[in-house]
Design a protein around this ligand. Sequence first.
Ligand code: DSN
Length: 414
Amino acid sequence: MEHVRITDPEIAELVVQEIERQRDKIRLIPSENYVSSAVLEVSGSVLTNKYSEGYSKKRYYEGQQFIDQIETLAVNRAKALFGAEAANVQPYSGSPANLAVYFAFAKPGDTIMGLALDHGGHLTHGWGVSITGAYYNPVRYELRPDTHLIDYDMVRDQAKKHRPKIIMAGATAYPRIIDWNIFAEVANEIDAILCVDMAHIAGLVAGGVHPSPIPVADVVTTTTHKSLRGPRGGMILMKKKHRKAINKAVFPGLQGGPHNHTTAGIAVALKEAATEEFIVYAHNIVANAKHLADKLNEKGFKLVSGGTDNHLVLIDVSPKNITGKVYAKALDTAGIVCNYNTVPFDPRPPFDPSGIRIGTPAMTSRGMGKSEMEKLADWMDQVAGNVANEAELNRIAAEVKELCKSFPAPGIPA
Ligand code: DSN
């Protein structure tokens, strides 16, 4: 902060406070993580000064001697890590990546199909308030009311009835493994494009703890900053036959110049994700989530689908006689950060729903393991019984801070 402290002390101070917050709290938002110092370095580099509309060797501006090499490295590493035939690393994030897919394969008014937002899907899977719900004709599939697992019969029935151009698979709040093969069969039956949005689980796929959608999907979109542990950005992996259409949709269809500092950060993160260490990390994310889920179950928490297969746990806190929002805010005061979330078939509104969503990618990056998950479950239970007890929440926050000291976060000075 040495330079910004002089130019803009106000912003410098706020950044320092955010560093301390990330250092001192247990971060359980399942879409967040800690990137390495190497990723931070290139993300904050002079690459931010360069415009590079186009693709390697085919740009609209000169001076691409090094940017071309950086982008080519990122593309090649993405293809190698995920076994993809082609990759585009330019989408600014997950939503633009999904938009590019719609733009490539559908016209406004065409039917698209995705998992309903209130059942764990994303806004860009055709939800009404999103451009994807407004410009296309969205149809939804849901979870089964008895198991809270994806209703694959409904996927098939809806697809046959509405014949969407694009089927979107993937979720933002689904704790179980998704069967990509069923989606691929259905897409084949109606000649639709299958797009898998693997944003939440990209790191798990890279580490071999979630089946990969790459062999069966036409295109796979992802953010790069969740379990994959890269900078904030997006990627599209695809079959070779779709490369032209997707590249055209990203640029010039949807975006201008790529964010080269992010592209370099993605390249570095992909190199990190191709290591043995990352495979161990991915396995630990899931082991931690399962252990935390078991401990929460023992304490009488009601988990959606009963537990987890991945990095994420969705909890219905209504049996504890609190709402998700009240609980999430109390947890935050106690130094444990999550987000409130609807649960399937939630009678409550999204801004004050019945559940919270937690996940283990960030705390696993700090090296936390089984015994820390047990402590965490204890604290979460104590918070649930003391949501209005400021003194108790502050006591827990102090204990959380003390624990965090033993687990330095990547990219953050101790
Ligand atoms: N905001 C992301 C999440 O938290 O899941 C999805 O884009």
